[in-house]
Design a protein around this ligand. Structure first.
Ligand code: HEM
Length: 371
């Protein structure tokens, strides 16, 4: 029997229905998770290749090509991280605000870790532009960013365990300096997102090799090794995914099978993980249709991430429901005019981001051709 108290729900009603916040949360979190996998996996691959690659070797050139893209990826990690954080706070504020305060020192530290990690990425990309080695900057940046991931995994699982809050708070005398231990779900979630990230990052490396200007040797290296890494790490990510499921309490496991979001989320994740895996194997084996197989692998990787986000959402709702927190039980007074303006701006922003990406790519190609 647990003893815990949940803070009272905010008396101000929600300005839009719960389902709308959930849809927006899931869409934006999926984009954040794609970007997180690219930054963590891309930085790992790039740093290792920079360390082991001799000067002017395809490995070294491939590592430079990757790191030059990472500062841009980082902007997406952050900008696609803010919206789901806001939606999560609206829906789960009672739990999320409390757990954030309980590990407050670490939670605040995220800002400084991010600034330092981001700065080092720029420094590394600058050195790559000058054809100088940058692997030590990559290692430090990777450690800082992986620690951000650790803090996120810790907070997102601590918010599901209200029975731990009071004692953790008292142990650190309210300073938020104690990292919670003993939750069997935190490590598999962390490994799923960090080690597993090399799967999607491997696919992206093949795409980078295939669709951007590289010499034949560099292109061949990026496609072959990227596809091989994707194959190995997609399998590992599937194993971590199963571990995430197996580590849940019985009540959550049972609930997942009966909840449409959880069940279909797991099915979507499984089907598209296998699709990404098979198309990565095909990319590795045959170069003749590599552009098609790698593109299908990339699309499958995005849909696989969407499935994981859905299943994760159900895990949270079921875990909290077991502690008497029902996310659907909220007062709603919808303000449709504001919601409509928000949706129009949101879609316009997504279109603008896609447009910006295309424009940046085009101008980078032109700069290269003129150089
Ligand atoms: C390099 C920087 C970052 C990394 C490596 C990172 C990594 C992660 C990871 C691993 C998770 C999943 C945790 C879990 O459930 O186990 C996560 C979740 C999340 N991250 Fe990030 N993150 C980064 C930056 C940010 C930033 C800057 C924001 C927003 C300001 C953000 C917002 C979120 C949100 C909202 C969630 C999930 C919330 C929910 O459960 O609904 N992240 N992040």
């Amino acid at each position: 029997m647990y003893l815990f108290f949940l803070p009272n729900v905010d008396p101000i009603p929600l300005p839009a229905p719960v389902w709308l916040f959930k849809v927006l949360h899931i869409v934006t979190l999926m984009l954040h998770f794609v970007a997180v996998q690219l930054i963590l996996g891309g930085l790992t691959i790039g740093t290792l290749w920079n360390f082991f690659g001799k000067e002017d070797s395809p490995m070294r050139e491939a590592s430079n090509s990757i790191v030059k893209k990472l500062p841009t990826v980082m902007t997406y990690v952050i900008n696609f991280g803010v919206p789901p954080l806001l939606f999560a706070q609206v829906l789960y504020g009672q739990a999320l605000y409390t757990s954030s305060v309980v590990i407050g020192a670490y939670w605040i530290a995220v800002i400084f870790l991010l600034i330092a990690g981001y700065y080092l990425l720029y420094r590394a990309a600058d050195r790559a532009n000058e054809n100088k080695s940058w692997w030590w900057l990559g290692i430090i940046s990777l450690i800082l960013l992986a620690y951000v991931a650790r803090i996120y995994s810790t907070n997102m699982t601590l918010m599901l365990r209200p029975e731990e809050w009071l004692s953790l708070y008292q142990q650190s005398s309210g300073a938020g300096t104690i990292m919670p231990k003993g939750d069997p779900t935190t490590l598999p979630r962390f490994l799923f997102m960090t080690v597993g990230s090399l799967g999607l990052a491997g696919i992206s490396t093949t795409l980078l090799g295939l669709f951007f200007n590289h010499t034949e040797k560099v292109k061949d290296y990026m496609v072959r090794v990227g596809a091989a890494l994707a194959t190995v790490f997609l399998v590992l990510q599937m194993l971590f995914g199963y571990w995430v499921y197996a580590a849940q309490p019985e009540i959550v496991k049972e609930g997942l099978m009966n909840s449409p979001v959880g069940f279909y989320g797991m099915i979507i994740w499984g089907i598209f993980s296998v699709a990404a895996l098979l198309t990565s194997v095909l990319t590795f084996v045959s170069r003749s249709a590599a552009k098609i197989t790698a593109s299908v692998a990339g699309l499958s990787g995005i849909l696989m991430t969407a499935g994981a986000v859905l299943a994760r959402d159900a895990i949270r709702d079921l875990s909290l429901l077991a502690k008497n927190f029902d996310v659907w039980n909220r007062n709603v007074v919808a303000n449709w005019s504001v919601v409509s303006i928000f949706l129009v701006l949101f879609v316009a922003a997504l279109i603008l981001i896609a447009f910006l990406l295309i424009a940046v790519n085009r101008s980078m190609k032109e700069v290269k051709q003129n150089a």
